[in-house]
Design a protein around this ligand. Structure first.
Ligand SMILES: Cc1cc2nc3c(=O)[nH]c(=O)nc-3n(C[C@H](O)[C@H](O)[C@H](O)COP(=O)(O)OP(=O)(O)OC[C@H]3O[C@@H](n4cnc5c(N)ncnc54)[C@H](O)[C@@H]3O)c2cc1C
Length: 540
């Protein structure tokens, strides 16, 4: 492999990277190299959806990042898990299949990004999808990404959806339908109860191709340039430095934290930051690592009146064995569930045209994300604001590529974010008080009945809130001076270098971000192949 030349080098086998590896190698002609810092996805808990909870703290498959102390959160650092394995974050995520609102993409287009309106991106969502419910104008079948319904209804989820209706909020059976608004069950990226990561859906079938090379446990450390053209990458594997060359393009799909880090390490980023770390400046690009956006959530914990929660299943050997057997025999039950079972998208202000908050309704309870489950019957519901105005940064702390960058989301730094968070918490409480749910609630454990005023609710969100794991926009697409890539995802001012992952989103989508990253991978691969046709044939 040393010094080998490829048509395309894709850095990062995550949600977008696996899509690119598949589509770019599909012709059988172009030689494609996919470089991934993590290893194979052999761990059983990657494939059993509930294993999601075990992967939060698993250093073998997770970068285990943490934010810098957050000024608006009393100096707390917030955990920032990211997948470090084939499939990237799609191998460790909560499996919820949400695209975002049509208006998100129309907004991207209004910002000047031709080709990114909802009408433009819908064909890519459909092409990716293998929808269990079948095909319609908005959904596709036969694509590499399996999308399924939850295996069975659950009485608490039924109660939650009924409580939303009692609170005057509509019911929906499709968050990815014509309108996002409503309460209902989530769909999951699973097939027959197993996780359907992009490693599973896109990479596994493509690996049989002779023209696709995949290198795992390989940390890309630098992009190699000749003038302003990317000509390859340098990577570390087994302690040794290697070089791979690209005669076509280098595509960064390393995610919202690592794509800007890699650009900065390679001399593309804010000049003062690069000089501070002794890195030669190739381009003073202030936008690289700027504009970090993320969804921030407040989680409410409840003690349940009936032993019907995941806490109860996990509390006894009998419960665990029973659940294991149900899963093994019928692919049903709690083991088939990821981050949430039911949820909703709602408006906190009736004058809004589209929802501004998302609820996740989760059938277990714990003090915080990734912590031990409570020993009593419990469940939780969380609220996050969908279109935050707070903006943060990702900046290298060292020229050493093995060290994590400084991640500073600046959660709740915008007034709108604080206001919507408070209104969203009030709306959540209103739902929880409805008769359909009230009969299941012994008490609200967190924040608890004493926390009622706007100021106290906000203080609670600051003290206990956390990420929904949706960082984006650190290599933002656009045409303004701080935009990093253009609407064809080419790095401004450079040749043969693109970014295709969550980092290019001009604004975070109104929902969970995996489906949009898959769509970005699909669309990027089409643009790359179209552009290759438009230039004279490359020298063999
Ligand atoms: C815990 C968790 C729960 C989530 N839950 C959901 C959910 O339920 N639904 C949903 O839609 N979204 C969810 N998300 C978000 C979603 O999974 C991500 O937005 C999406 O996977 C990001 O895709 P990406 O292609 O940008 O990056 P990633 O999928 O993170 O891929 C980046 C890849 O690049 C590799 N890499 C990074 N740096 C280097 C380097 N220098 N050299 C080589 N390889 C490198 C990484 O190891 C990784 O494999 C969740 C995320 C997490 C972490």
């Amino acid at each position: 492999m040393e010094g080998a030349t490829f048509d395309y080098i894709v850095v990062g086998a995550g949600s977008a990277g696996c899509v690119l590896a598949n589509r770019l190698s599909a012709s059988g002609r172009d030689r494609v190299l996919l470089i991934e810092a993590g290893g194979e996805d052999r761990n059983l808990w990657i494939h059993v959806p509930i294993g999601y909870a075990k992967l939060f703290t698993d250093a073998r498959h997770n970068w285990l990042y943490s934010s810098e102390p957050e000024p608006e959160l009393g100096g707390r650092s917030i955990i920032q898990p990211r997948g470090k394995v084939m499939g990237g974050s799609s191998s460790i995520n909560g499996l919820l299949y949400i695209r975002g609102q049509a208006e998100d993409f129309d907004h991207w287009r209004q910002l000047g990004n031709a080709g990114w309106s909802f009408a433009d991106v819908l064909p890519y969502f459909r092409r990716a999808e293998d929808q269990q419910r079948g095909e319609d104008a908005l959904h596709g079948v036969g694509g590499p990404l399996a999308v399924s319904d939850v295996s069975e209804p659950h009485p608490l989820c039924e109660a939650f959806i009924a409580a939303c209706e009692q609170a005057g909020l509509p019911r929906t059976d499709d968050f990815n339908g014509a309108s996002q608004e409503g309460a209902g069950y989530f769909q999951l990226t699973t097939r027959k109860g197993r996780r359907w990561s992009t490693a599973r859906g896109y990479l596994a079938p493509a690996r049989k191709r002779h023209n696709l090379a995949v290198i795992g446990h390989a940390l890309t450390t630098r992009i190699l340039f000749e003038g302003r053209r990317a000509v390859g990458v340098e990577y570390l594997k087994d302690g040794a430095r290697h070089v791979a060359r690209a005669r076509g393009e280098v595509i960064l799909s390393s995610g919202a934290f690592n794509s800007p880090q890699l650009l900065q390490l390679s001399g593309v980023g804010p000049a003062d930051l690069l000089r501070e770390h002794g890195i030669e400046v190739i381009a003073d690009h202030k936008g690289v690592g700027a504009d970090l956006q993320d969804h921030y959530q407040a989680r409410f914990n409840y003690r349940c009146s009936e032993r019907i929660t995941i806490n109860d299943m996990m509390a006894t050997l009998r419960g665990r064995v029973g659940a294991g057997l149900r899963y093994a025999l019928f692919r049903k039950g709690f083991l088939t569930v990821g981050a949430g079972y039911a949820g909703g998208f709602f408006k906190t202000d009736p004058s809004l045209t589209v929802p501004d908050v998302q609820f996740h309704f989760i059938l277990f309870s714990a003090d915080s994300v990734g912590q031990k489950l409570h020993p009593w019957p419990g469940f939780l519901a969380s609220i996050c604001q969908l279109r935050p105005e707070s903006r943060g940064t990702v900046r290298i702390k060292s020229a050493d590529p093995a060290l994590p960058p400084a991640i500073q989301p600046r959660y709740l730094s915008a007034q709108l974010d604080r206001d919507v968070m408070v209104r969203g918490m009030q709306l959540l409480r209103c739902v929880m008080r409805q008769p359909a749910l009230a009969r299941y609630i012994v008490e609200e454990l967190m924040p608890g009945p004493k926390v009622t005023s706007d100021a106290d609710l906000l203080a609670f969100a600051r003290q206990k809130g956390t990420t929904v794991f949706h960082p984006t926009s650190t290599c933002r697409m656009g045409s303004d001076v701080t935009a990093v890539v253009d609407e064809r995802l080419r790095l401004h001012g450079f040749e043969a270098l693109r970014v295709a992952d969550a980092s290019i989103m001009p604004t975070v989508v109104s929902g969970n971000t995996n489906a949009a990253c898959v769509m970005i991978g699909e669309k990027a691969s089409d643009m790359i192949l179209q552009d290759a046709k438009a230039v004279p044939a490359r020298a063999a």
